[in-house]
Ligand binder design. Structure first.
Ligand code: NAD
Length: 227
């Protein structure tokens, strides 16, 4: 069955709440408690968790470290993720220098740019390389994910470069929609083989600002979480 994207976003939120509970030495929680902290209904919490199994005991709630461990496993955060960043300008450098990613096993293994003034610089123990060396780099190093932090008009090329180099997970920070390469087969446009398994997630800070402007002017149009 398809699992709604919003359910996965909520699992990430539940995990963050469980981490906070653990940091406060709170060892038990319930769907009602998680729901309150996440701003959703208890029914929603139970439904989201039920996609992946049964984690609690009826009427007893959840053990924080166990539910946390299970969510970490479901989200794939118990394995290492080798990440490259394409574009080491202001945002690329800020991302590389942000320590939060290493709470889980995301590790930056390669940093790439095209600017000779940036190539060769050492950032977080890595030397920035020319993006044309990416294919060679991925032949010798396992790369699971690529982050795109290049100017908007370069983002599609950067994505294609990542996909050509065998990277299947892309986090795109540029405010553009990345298009998969298509080819014509029997009069129909089809997604090319190398793009079929590619997952693109967009982080669009400007879109957030625009939504914020709209909802600040039209607060009555915002869906209220059903409690
Ligand atoms: P920037 O100009 O500081 O950095 C972009 C970097 O990409 C430069 O170092 C440039 O040399 C490099 N580059 C250009 N073409 C490349 C290519 N083909 N391959 C590899 N590297 C290449 O820009 P920025 O502010 O870091 O923003 C990067 C992207 O993130 C933009 O799309 C921007 O819209 C988006 N963004 C930025 C911010 C922010 O606060 N800076 C916030 C949200 C989104």
């Amino acid at each position: 069955a398809d699992i709604p994207t919003a359910a996965i976003s909520r699992l990430v939120t539940y995990l963050r709440i469980l981490e906070q509970l653990e940091a406060q030495d709170i060892s038990r929680t319930s769907s009602t408690d998680l729901a309150e902290r996440a701003g959703v209904t208890a029914f929603q919490v139970r439904k989201d968790l039920a996609y992946f199994g049964r984690f609690g005991t009826r009427g007893m709630g959840y053990t924080v470290p166990i539910l946390k461990r299970e969510l970490v496993r479901v989200l794939g955060l118990n394995q290492t993720w080798n990440v490259v960043i394409i574009g080491m300008g202001r945002l690329g450098q800020a991302i590389a220098n942000y320590p939060g990613a290493s709470d889980y096993q995301f590790q930056y293994v390669g940093l790439f740019d095209v600017n000779p003034g940036i190539i060769g610089q050492r950032i977080r123990g890595l030397t920035v390389q020319h993006v044309q060396d990416l294919p060679d780099f991925t032949r010798h190093n396992r790369v699971d994910l690529g982050f795109i932090a290049v100017p908007p008009d370069r983002a599609q090329d950067a994505a294609q470069g990542l996909v050509d180099a065998g990277v299947r997970g892309i986090l795109n920070f540029a405010p553009v929609v990345i298009q998969p390469r298509t080819l014509e087969r029997g009069g129909l446009q089809e997604i090319s083989d190398e793009w079929r398994a590619v997952i693109v997630e967009n982080v669009d800070f400007l879109a957030g600002m625009k939504r914020l402007a709209f909802y600040t002017l039209n607060p009555h149009l915002k869906e209220t979480p059903t409690l």
